[in-house]
Write a protein of this length. Structure first.
Length: 210
């Protein structure tokens, strides 16, 4: 998540937050150390002191981003106290928070808001270390598949439901979330797709209402 730039954050955190915002907005090739320095009112030398080089700064930003993202998705999708529907709603809210940050609190606009989505187009400009960090998104596949199985065990979803097909459909939505909002110019279409997935699953394989 793009952190704010409050003065009470450490210099390193403020640099990383600025770099993350500019990295999402402009891509790796468009990221300039001078732009980060200007935004924070510090010198380029200060940034190099803390991070050495632009490449290392990018590596650190991507590693932190992936750690935070995977921790949040683990919390959402590995929970044993929430339903499948609630997990999808929590994912919507997580995405919505990131989207709002990139659009000044609004739910309309086509700005990129996911570092993963942005870096898909910048693979040639990032290190192997960063590419490996981004590849860890595949862990979410296991989280979602596990959540579907848990919903089957609890009776929320029929045991006859196609577990792999359900989880793969949801994973595609998660992976393409940023692109969907950019193409459609707002968050509502993404939210509708998430909820349509849940309704399709529940209509076909959900527990019958009493």
């Amino acid at each position: 998540m793009v952190a704010n730039l409050q003065k009470d954050h450490s210099p390193q955190d403020r640099i990383k937050a600025s770099a993350l915002r500019l990295l999402i907005l402009n891509g790796c090739n468009g990221l300039r150390i001078g732009d980060v320095a200007d935004e924070l009112g510090i010198t380029r030398a200060n940034i190099h002191y803390h991070f050495g080089s632009k490449d290392n700064l990018v590596d650190v930003v991507i590693e932190d981003y992936m750690r935070d993202l995977l921790q949040r998705y683990d919390e959402i999708w590995s929970s044993i106290t929430t339903t499948y529907r609630q997990k999808v709603e929590a994912t919507i809210e997580f995405n919505k928070g990131r989207y709002r940050q990139a659009h000044g609190g609004a739910l309309v606009g086509s700005n990129p808001w996911s570092l993963i989505g942005r870096m898909r187009n910048d693979a040639a400009f990032i290190s192997q270390k960063s590419r490996s960090a981004l590849a860890r998104l595949e862990i979410v596949d296991a989280y979602v598949a596990g959540a579907v199985r848990l919903a089957q065990m609890s009776g929320e979803i029929s045991v006859d439901a196609p577990t792999d097909a359900i989880s793969k459909q949801l994973i595609v939505i998660i992976n393409c979330a940023s692109e969907i909002t950019q193409i459609r110019g707002g968050f509502e279409p993404l939210q509708s797709i998430y909820r349509a997935h849940v309704e399709l699953v529940m209509d076909a394989y959900g527990k019958p209402s009493e």
